[in-house]
Design a protein around this ligand. Structure first.
Ligand SMILES: [Zn+2]
Length: 206
């Protein structure tokens, strides 16, 4: 049996050894340590002495976020998408806030941190030319309601959702707009106000 070195009071990274805790399955000494963040853990003296354990685990999270910054994540398109999503939903001074946060659209709590959002994006088909889309436009930014699609797919989705039948002809709002010269947004807002196709489209042909 090797001589037991008393590690009490010694520091390893963010950990300060408080006392001997016992032994682990390999019969090596374990020590109770307090991390600088306040959390206490029990770990083996071997892991402390060879530099494997340097915090309660909080250091790992810090390292990961430092790595993201170091790798320039903060300058990437995905990071910008994340920032504008947050600002649309959370920042009253954002010009798009009335259509998002102002309508009660929220962000999945975990996504308030970039890393979980980054992980979800990577696992769900994010690519540089894609944009984040909510399947239900009245739903929140959350994993079940979001997908990565191309801009043209997104605008197609929006256009095809608004179909109007007038004088026996069914076209999308976008097609009616092209046909009549009435602005698409005008058609959309009149529809939202509850105007009938006759009221909206009849004005031009009259
Ligand atoms: Zn800690």
């Amino acid at each position: 049996m090797g001589r037991l070195i008393d590690l009490s009071g010694k520091r390893f990274g963010r950990l300060t050894v408080i006392e001997r805790a016992g032994s682990n399955n390999n019969k090596s000494a374990t020590w109770r340590c307090r991390c600088d963040c306040g959390k206490e853990i029990v770990t083996s003296g071997r892991l402390l002495q060879n530099g494997s354990t340097v915090s309660c685990g909080c250091n790992k999270a810090e390292k990961a976020s430092r790595r993201l910054r170091k790798h320039g994540m903060s300058g990437t398109l995905l990071y910008e998408i994340w920032c504008s999503m947050k600002s649309r939903c959370n920042r009253k001074s954002c010009k798009d806030y009335p259509n998002y946060g102002g309508r009660g659209i929220t962000i999945f709590p975990e996504w308030n941190e970039f890393e979980p959002f980054y992980r979800w994006s990577m696992e769900n088909g994010y690519a540089k030319h894609l944009t984040i889309d909510r399947k239900n436009v009245n739903g929140n930014y959350e994993p079940d309601n979001c997908q990565w699609i191309s801009n043209s797919e997104q605008s197609k989705n929006r256009r095809t959702t608004l179909k109007i039948t007038y004088q026996g002809v069914t076209l999308t709002a976008m097609e009616w707009s092209e046909k009549t010269g009435i602005k698409y947004n005008t058609i959309k807002s009149w529809l939202n106000q509850g105007k009938t196709p006759e009221q909206i489209l009849g004005r031009r042909s009259a």
